[in-house]
Design a protein around this ligand. Structure first.
Ligand code: NAD
Length: 713
C-alpha cells in the first residue's frame, strides 16, 4: 500500500497493517531524521484511520531495528540543546501515539532489537520474538557514553524488575529471547515462520489494547520506588556504578537518576525527565569522544580503511608460528579458531606441544560452557600441528616469530625461517620492543618482513599493532592487514621505533609510577591515582605484571643500543633493586606487591627496603604526572613518525593498555584538554619533575597553529 525509503506498509483483509522496516542503502534499520519524519506521518495516518484494526511492526532485514543512526547522534551533539530536545520529543510523541491510540501495536521481532529499536518495541502493546537464539535485545547506549533517550529508562523498569533493568542499562549487555521472556520483557517466543500469524492473532484477541502503565492502578514490577528494598537497591546500584566507572561517565548517574525520579511520575513526565538528561549527556564530550573512537574509529579499523589500496586481498590457509610460549600458543589458538591451519615450531617436541596443550585447555573450557561442540573442538585441534624442523614451514602463507625477546635468539630463528620460505612469503615478528628494521637485517628480502605485535592473552585481547620497518613493502603491509581481518583482530598501523607505540607509552606510565615512588610518594596514593584516572591498574601493578627482570633487561638493551643518547629513567633503579632482592614481580609472587594473599597487597616494606625518602606528593600532582607522561610519550611518537594517525593512537591506547575509554583514547584526550592546557602542564612538570616532560615538537605545532590532533590528519 505504501512504500518509503525506510519502511513499507501493507494492510490485510482484516484491516491489520504490517509496517516493515527496510531502510534502503543500509545493512541495518536505523532512525535518521528523515526516517523519523516518515514514521511520524505513517503512525499518525494509521492511528487516525478507522479501517485499521491494529499494527504489526517488523523488519525485512536480518536485524529488527538498532535505533538511532549514530552518525545522527554524533552530529546532534553539536546542535543547540533545544533542537536536540525537540527531536527527542518528536520520537516520544510518536511512541506515545502508538501506546495511547487504543489500537493494538505488536512488535514482531525477527532480529536484533537494540537501543531505539528495543525502545520502539517496548512502546508496542506486545512483543513476539522469533525462535532464533542469536537474536539479542538490549539497550547498549552506555557502552558509548550515551543513555537510552527514546523512553528506555522509563519503559524497561515498568516492564521488568529494577534488579534486572538497571544492570541491563548500565552495562549495555543484551539478553537473548529466552532470558527476555523469563524477565517479562517479551510476551512470547514463536517459530519464525509463524511470527506474523501469531502477531495477527494477538491483535484479534486484543482489539482494544491499553499499555499497562496507562491502566489505572498500574504497579511497578518491583513495587514502589520508596519501598525499603528499592531504596536499598538504589544506594547499592549508585555505589556499584561509581566503582565501575569512577564517576567519569555522565550517562551512568543520569540513567540512575532518570529511573529513580521518572518512576515516581506518570510516564509522560518521566519521558520528559529522561529527555532532559539525554540532552545533557549527548552534549558532553565524553559521549562524543566515545562514539568517535569506539564506534566510528573501531568500525573503520575493523573494515581496514587504512589498508594500502592496490594489493589483492590475501587468503591465509596456513600460518607458521615459531616459539610455543605464551604468545606463540595464543596466536596458534586464534588462527585455528579462525579456521586457519597452523604449524608450530619450537626447539623440542615437548616445548612445541605446549601450543597443543594451550588450545586444548581453552577448548575444554569452552565445551564446559556449552559454547563449542565436541566436533568443533576436534576440528580446532586437528588444525594445529607441531614440529622441530624448519622445512615443515615451507608451505605456510606467513610465519610469525614469537621466541624469547633476545636479538641473538631471534637472529638465529629468522635466518632459518628465511632459508626455507619462498621469496614472497611474509615473515613477521611478535617482538614488543626490538626495532623491526634491525630484525629485518636477518632476512634476505626485508621488504617482506613486518612486526605483528599481539597482546596477551591473545585470544582475549582484540588489538594487533602492525609495525612497518624502513624496508617493509606496501604489499606486505596490506597483507598484514588482511591477516588481522582473518584472525578477527583490530589492527593499528605504526612505523618502527624502539618499543613502537603501545609498549612505549604504557612503559612511560609504569616508570613514572616508579619515579614517583623513588621521590618518596606514598605507593598507595600512586596506585590509587592511576585507578582514579580510570586506568585498569596502578603503574606499580603494571610493572609487576610485565615482570621486573624484563623491565630491567629491556632498559639494559636500550642502553647498549642507544649509547650516549641513553638517559636513565629515575624510576628504573627501583626495578633493579627489587630484582636484586629476587622480587621479579607477579611471576615470582613478589615485586612491588606481595602475591601470597588472594588479593595482591603492596609490599609493606617497600619504602624501607628500597630506601626511598618520605615526601609529600599530593594525589592531584601524581594524577597529573601519570596522565601527562602518557600524552607526552604519544606526542613524541608523532614526532618520531611512529604514529601515523590520531585514530590509531586512540584505538591502540584503549585496546592496547586500557587507557580510559571515556576519553575516546589518548589523542582524543589531548584534543579535549586542548593543546594549550597540555602544554602548560608539560612546562609545569618539566620544572618540577624533570625534562622528560618537556613539550614535544608536535605539541608546540598544535599550540602555534591552534589546532587539534584529529584535525591535523
Ligand atoms: P615465552 O618465554 O613464553 O615463549 C618463548 C618460546 O620460544 C618458548 O616456548 C621457547 O622454547 C621458544 N624458543 C626459544 N628459542 C627458540 C628457538 N631458537 N627456536 C624455537 N623456539 C624457541 O615468551 P612469550 O611471552 O611468548 O614472548 C614471545 C615474544 O612475544 C617475545 O618477543 C615477546 O617480547 C613478545 N611479546 C610478549 C608478550 C607477553 O605479554 N608475554 C606480549 C607481546 C609480545
Amino acid at each position: 500500500m505504501l512504500s518509503t525509503k525506510f519502511f513499507s506498509i501493507d494492510v490485510d483483509n482484516d484491516g491489520i497493517a504490517i509496517l516493515t522496516w527496510d531502510v534502503s542503502g543500509s545493512a541495518v534499520n536505523v532512525f535518521s531524521e528523515p526516517a523519523i519524519d516518515a514514521y511520524k506521518t505513517a503512525i499518525k495516518n494509521l492511528t487516525e484511520d478507522a479501517a485499521i484494526k491494529g499494527v504489526i511492526i517488523t523488519s525485512a532485514k536480518k536485524v529488527f531495528h538498532v535505533g538511532a543512526d549514530l552518525e545522527m547522534a554524533q552530529t546532534i551533539s553539536s546542535r543547540p540543546a533545544n533542537v536536540l530536545f525537540n527531536i527527542i520529543n518528536e520520537i516520544n510523541g510518536i511512541f506515545r501515539t502508538m501506546e495511547t491510540s487504543n489500537k493494538p501495536f505488536v512488535a514482531a521481532i525477527n532480529g536484533h532489537a537494540l537501543g531505539g529499536g528495543l525502545e520502539m518495541a517496548m512502546s508496542c502493546h506486545a512483543r513476539l520474538v522469533a525462535n532464533t537464539p542469536k537474536i539479542t535485545l538490549g539497550l547498549p547506549e552506555a557502552k558509548l557514553g550515551l543513555m537510552p533517550g527514546f523512553g528506555g529508562t522509563q519503559r524497561l523498569p515498568r516492564l521488568i524488575a529494577l534488579e534486572q533493568a538497571i544492570p541491563m542499562m548500565l552495562t549495555g549487555a543484551p539478553v537473548n529471547p529466552e532470558k527476555a521472556l523469563s524477565l517479562g520483557l517479551i510476551d512470547a517466543i514463536v517459530p519464525e515462520r509463524d511470527l506474523l500469524t501469531e502477531a495477527k492473532q494477538w491483535i484479534k484477541a486484543n482489539p482494544e489494547a491499553v499499555q499497562r502503565w496507562d491502566k489505572k492502578g498500574f504497579k511497578l514490577p518491583s513495587g514502589s520506588i520508596h519501598s525499603p528494598k528499592n531504596a536499598q537497591f538504589f544506594i547499592g546500584a549508585s555505589a556499584q556504578a561509581r566503582k565501575l566507572t569512577g564517576g567519569h561517565i555522565p550517562a551512568i548517574p543520569a540513567i540512575l537518576e532518570a529511573v529513580y525520579h521518572g518512576l515516581q511520575l506518570h510516564i509522560g513526565a518521566g519521558l520528559r525527565m529522561e529527555a532532559r538528561r539525554f540532552v545533557r549527556v549527548a552534549k558532553d564530550t565524553v559521549s562524543s569522544s566515545m562514539i568517535r573512537t569506539l564506534f566510528f574509529g573501531l568500525n573503520d579499523a575493523n573494515q581496514l580503511v587504512r589498508r594500502p589500496q592496490g594489493p589483492d586481498t590475501k587468503i591465509f590457509k596456513t600460518l607458521g608460528v615459531v616459539g610455543a610460549g605464551l604468545m606463540g600458543s595464543g596466536i596458534a589458538y586464534q588462527a585455528a579458531r579462525a579456521g586457519v591451519s597452523v604449524i608450530v615450531l619450537d626447539t623440542t617436541e615437548e616445548t612445541a606441544n605446549k601450543a597443543l596443550a594451550y588450545s586444548s585447555r581453552l577448548m575444554e573450557k569452552a565445551q564446559a560452557k556449552g559454547a563449542v561442540t565436541q566436533e568443533k573442538a576436534d576440528a580446532h585441534m586437528a588444525r594445529i600441528t607441531t614440529t622441530t624442523h624448519y622445512n615443515d614451514l615451507a608451505t605456510c602463507n606467513i610465519v610469525i616469530e614469537a621466541v624469547f625477546e633476545d636479538k641473538t635468539v631471534k637472529e638465529n630463528v629468522l635466518k632459518q625461517v628465511d632459508a626455507v620460505l619462498p621469496p614472497d612469503t611474509i615473515i613477521a615478528s611478535n617482538t614488543s620492543t626490538i626495532p623491526i628494521t634491525e630484525l629485518s637485517d636477518y632476512v634476505t628480502r626485508p621488504e617482506r618482513f613486518i612486526g605483528l605485535h599481539f597482546f596477551s592473552p591473545v585470544e582475549k585481547m582484540p588489538l594487533v599493532e602492525i609495525i612497518s620497518s624502513k624496508h617493509t613493502s606496501s604489499v606486505t603491509l596490506a597483507h598484514a592487514y588482511d591477516l588481522c581481518k582473518t584472525l578477527r583482530k583490530t589492527p593499528i598501523d605504526v612505523n618502527d621505533g624502539r618499543a613502537f607505540f603501545t609498549t612505549r607509552v604504557v612503559a612511560s606510565y609504569m616508570t613514572e609510577g616508579m619515579a614517583l615512588l623513588a621521590e618518596g610518594a606514598d605507593p598507595v596514593l600512586i596506585e590509587n591515582a592511576g585507578l582514579q584516572l580510570g586506568m585498569p591498574m596502578g603503574p606499580l601493578r603494571v610493572a609487576d605484571m610485565v615482570n621486573l627482570d624484563l623491565v630491567t633487561k629491556i632498559d639494559s638493551q636500550s642502553k647498549a643500543d642507544l649509547g650516549d643518547a641513553y638517559k636513565e629513567h629515575p624510576g628504573i633503579k627501583l626495578a633493579r633493586q627489587l630484582v636484586s632482592l629476587k622480587r621479579f614481580g607477579e611471576k615470582s609472587k613478589a615485586g612491588f606487591y606481595d602475591y601470597a594473599t588472594k588479593k595482591p597487597q603492596l609490599w609493606r616494606e617497600l619504602k624501607a627496603q628500597l630506601n626511598v625518602p618520605d615526601a609529600t606528593i599530593d594525589i592531584d600532582t601524581i594524577k597529573k604526572r601519570l596522565l601527562t607522561i602518557q600524552m607526552v610519550e604519544t606526542l613524541r611518537c608523532f614526532d618520531a613518525g611512529v604514529l601515523k594517525t590520531a585514530e590509531d593512537a586512540n584505538i591502540g591506547s584503549i585496546l592496547g593498555w586500557g587507557f580510559p575509554p571515556f576519553t575516546g583514547g589518548v589523542a582524543s584526550y589531548i584534543d579535549t584538554l586542548g593543546a594549550k592546557q597540555v602544554h602548560e602542564n608539560c612546562l609545569l612538570l618539566e620544572n618540577t619533575a624533570g625534562e622528560r616532560f618537556s613539550p614535544p615538537k608536535k605539541l608546540l605545532e598544535l599550540v602555534s597553529e591552534n589546532t587539534t590532533l584529529l584535525t591535523t590528519q
